[in-house]
Ligand binder design. Structure first.
Ligand code: SF4
Length: 277
C-alpha cells in the first residue's frame, strides 16, 4: 500500500467522529492539520455555563441552593475572566456584561428544567476511554446519573438553540457513542440519553437499546474506515450546509473558492494558538 498522505488518527472522540460526518474537509483542517481557530464567543460561553453547573452539581444535593448557584457563578467568573480564551475574545465592558447576563439566563433556563437537589449524580465531567479495535475512542460526558427508577442516564447541556432536526441527529449520535463508552468502561448500558437545551429549557430524550448500541458501534467503525481512507488518499469531501457560516476555515474551503493548501501557512498567522475547546 502506498504511503498515507496524512497520518491516520488512532484516537478519536465522539465529537471528532461527528465532525467528520458533518464535513470531512473541516475535519481535515481541525483534526488532521490541527490548525488554530479564532476564539468563538458561543463556545466560550458554553464552557463557562458548563463550569457553573459542574460546580453546582458537585455539592451535596441539599446544598444545591440558588445562593450556592450564585456563588458558583462568581467562582467560575473569577476562573474565566483571566483565562487566555476569554481574554482572546477581546470583549468591551458592555460585551462582557452581555456575556455574563446571557450566561445567567442560561443557568436560569437550567433551573426551569429541573431541581438540582433531585438529581442523583454519579459523575460530572467524566472521562471515558475504550478500545474499539481499530482505534481508541475517548471523551468527556457532562453528567452521569440515576433517574427516579434507578436507571442510568447520560445528560448533556446544550447552550445553543434546539437544532433543526436535519442537524440535531448528529448530536444524539454523539450521545449514543458515549453510551457505548459507558457500557465498555462501567459494564452497564445507560437506558436513556438526554440533551438539555438551556436557552429554551427543553429536554430531548431518547432510549438506548442493545440494538441502537450495536448500530452506533458499527457506524463509528464505518466512519473510522472512511477517515482512514481520506487520510490515505488525501481526499476530504466538502459538505456545504448552513454550518459553513460558522466554519473557521471557510476562507480556505474550495466550496467558497479557497485553497486548502494555504490554510497551514495562513491560519497560524491569523489566529494565535489557543487552547482548543
Ligand atoms: S466552509 Fe463548509 S464545506 Fe467548507 S470546510 Fe467549512 S463546513 Fe466544510
Amino acid at each position: 500500500m502506498s504511503q498515507s498522505v496524512y497520518p491516520i488518527p488512532l484516537t478519536l472522540s465522539p465529537s471528532r467522529i461527528s465532525g467528520f460526518r458533518t464535513c470531512p474537509m473541516q475535519f481535515r483542517f481541525a483534526s488532521i492539520e490541527k490548525l488554530p481557530e479564532p476564539p468563538q464567543i458561543h463556545l466560550v460561553k458554553g464552557n463557562f455555563v458548563h463550569r457553573v453547573l459542574e460546580l453546582l452539581l458537585a455539592h451535596e444535593p441539599e446544598l444545591r441552593t440558588v445562593d450556592a448557584a450564585r456563588e458558583d457563578f462568581e467562582l467560575a467568573k473569577a476562573e474565566y475572566e483571566p483565562s487566555a480564551r476569554f481574554v482572546a475574545l477581546g470583549l468591551s465592558q458592555e460585551d462582557r456584561e452581555a456575556f455574563f447576563k446571557d450566561s445567567r439566563e442560561l443557568v436560569n433556563g437550567y433551573y426551569r428544567m429541573e431541581n438540582p437537589r433531585n438529581t442523583k449524580v454519579i459523575g460530572l465531567e467524566m472521562r471515558l476511554d475504550s478500545d474499539f479495535g481499530k482505534f481508541k475512542l475517548g471523551g468527556i460526558i457532562d453528567r452521569l446519573e440515576h433517574d427516579e427508577h434507578g436507571d442510568l442516564v447520560i445528560s448533556d447541556y446544550k447552550t445553543g438553540k434546539v437544532p433543526n432536526p436535519k442537524y440535531g441527529a448528529n448530536k444524539m449520535d454523539n450521545m449514543h457513542l458515549y453510551a457505548s463508552l459507558c457500557l465498555r468502561v462501567r459494564g452497564e448500558l445507560p437506558k436513556k440519553l438526554r440533551l438539555m437545551y438551556l436557552k429554551s429549557s427543553t429536554p430531548i430524550e431518547v432510549d438506548v437499546t442493545d440494538e441502537s448500541n450495536a448500530a452506533c458501534d458499527a457506524a463509528a467503525i464505518k466512519t473510522f474506515d472512511q477517515i482512514a481512507e481520506s487520510c490515505q488518499t488525501g481526499e476530504f469531501e466538502t459538505h456545504r450546509s448552513g454550518l459553513c457560516n460558522f466554519c473557521a476555515f471557510k476562507q480556505w474551503c474550495p466550496e467558497f473558492g479557497g485553497d486548502p493548501t494555504q490554510a497551514q501557512i495562513q491560519a497560524p498567522v491569523l489566529y494565535p494558538a489557543l487552547e482548543k475547546n
